[in-house]
Design a protein around this ligand. Structure first.
Ligand code: PLP
Length: 390
């Protein structure tokens, strides 16, 4: 028997494509324009922030967020998780910050709060928290500590659209937050990302960084006037404030995003039900089920072996392959980042051993797709297959 269980199904629907076709039939402008602006407004309202900046990927959101942090707050250390996507660390490195790694909390797969607090210092420029696969990683204690020490929180919500802490959407707590709209996420613009912030200066920096560092992108008249005044020999249309990037997206992607956003809440409710059903059916003797799911909103089924049993792991992988169940070992980002070649020479050899919780996920943790179209019986059948592995 084969399930044909891909990581993601139908994330761009017939309905989305019809909306796009109707849009194209009007012979519209396709470069960033009113649909991008409308998506940014609608997204800000949905997250609960003042500003959003649409870009061409979640990795680009990470990149220009770290660039804006550097521009406005200067260099230093950024606290990052060992379990995250590569761009959360590479964006830190590319902007000249020193990454300081912390292990994960096995109950929410996000950074361990005690370790974050222990590693804060005068050199810390930000805590760059990834909400791994729909789990909330915030607590009152962490927020209070960061506030007391005046250290910005940057939230990576790329894997957790719609998850909440105390009823408020993640992505609305920090100095800035990042989202991805890649195909496998809660909502898709095919490729795409968003930077959100409540801070006007951060907003202007990110707008400029998205478009070549162009000063005319800034909303602040004072900022534009200052640059124009300081550079009277330059055309005000072409003042480039700093070396930057072009990470803009297009109207096509924004039209898809606006169509998708309309059903995001309903889809997320289904995903949350699916995940609860999954956790209630998998065998807690074999797999971890004690996740902290309060406020979570997961596009994945997290399957983590209780014990580091390599033989059981191999049989589990065999069973998943035989049944057509697509999976990713090491969770979404491929497990412990410190084992990756891009960090060779940057972190000491063997440093990965100091992070036992992420090491367990690296070798014995998986994710399987969780999407709205899954029927309850299929999830129950999936759990029977997983539980039958001995
Ligand atoms: C936590 C996290 N941050 C950033 C990204 C990068 O997003 P994108 O694939 O849109 O570049 C991802 C990607 O999946 C991610 O999981």
């Amino acid at each position: 028997m084969s399930f044909n269980w891909p990581l993601m199904e139908d994330n761009v629907t017939r309905e989305d494509l019809d909306v796009l076709i109707a849009f194209l039939q009007g012979m519209p402008r396709l470069t960033q324009s009113e649909n991008v602006r409308a998506l940014e407004r609608e997204w800000s309202e949905w997250v609960g922030v003042r500003h959003s900046v649409f870009v061409n990927s979640g990795a680009s959101a990470n990149l220009i967020t770290m660039a804006a942090l550097k521009h406005l707050y200067g260099g230093g250390e950024v606290i990052v998780p060992t379990l995250t996507w590569v761009s959360d660390v590479s964006s830190v490195l590319q902007n000249g910050f020193t990454p300081v790694f912390v292990d994960i909390n096995p109950r929410n797969l996000c950074m361990d709060e005690d370790q974050v607090i222990a590693k804060l210092s005068d050199k810390t420029r930000a805590v760059f928290l990834t909400y791994v696969q729909g789990f909330n990683g915030l607590s009152d204690r962490l927020l209070a500590e960061l506030k007391k020490r005046n250290i910005p929180l940057i939230e990576d919500v790329c894997e957790s659209h719609g998850a909440t802490f105390k009823g408020r959407r993640l992505g609305s707590f920090g100095l800035a937050s990042n989202f991805s709209f890649y195909f496998a996420h809660h909502m898709s613009t095919v490729e795409g990302g968003m930077v959100c912030t409540n801070d006007d200066a951060f907003y202007d920096a990110v707008r400029m960084l998205r478009s070549h560092g162009m000063v005319r992108e800034a909303q602040s008249q004072d900022l534009r006037a200052r640059y124009a005044g300081e550079n009277p020999e330059l055309s005000p249309d072409f003042i480039f404030a700093f070396p930057a990037f072009n990470v803009r997206s297009t109207e096509i992607n924004a039209v898809l995003g606006r169509s998708q956003l309309k059903r995001l809440d309903a889809n997320n409710a289904r995903r949350t039900e699916n995940f609860q059903l999954f956790l209630s059916r998998i065998d807690p003797g074999k797999y971890r089920t004690d996740f902290d799911t309060e406020g979570s909103c997961n596009y994945a089924f997290n399957l983590v072996l209780q014990k580091p049993d390599e033989a059981l792991r191999d049989r589990l992988e065999q069973a998943m392959r035989a049944n057509g169940i697509e999976f990713r070992r090491g969770s979404a980002g491929g497990g412990n980042q410190l084992r990756q070649p891009y960090l060779k020479g940057i972190v000491p050899d063997g440093a990965y051993k100091q992070y036992p919780e992420v090491e367990h996920i690296h070798f014995f943790g998986y994710y399987i797709g969780n999407y709205p179209s899954l029927a309850a019986e299929r999830i129950e059948e999936l759990c029977r297959v997983l539980n039958a592995v001995e």
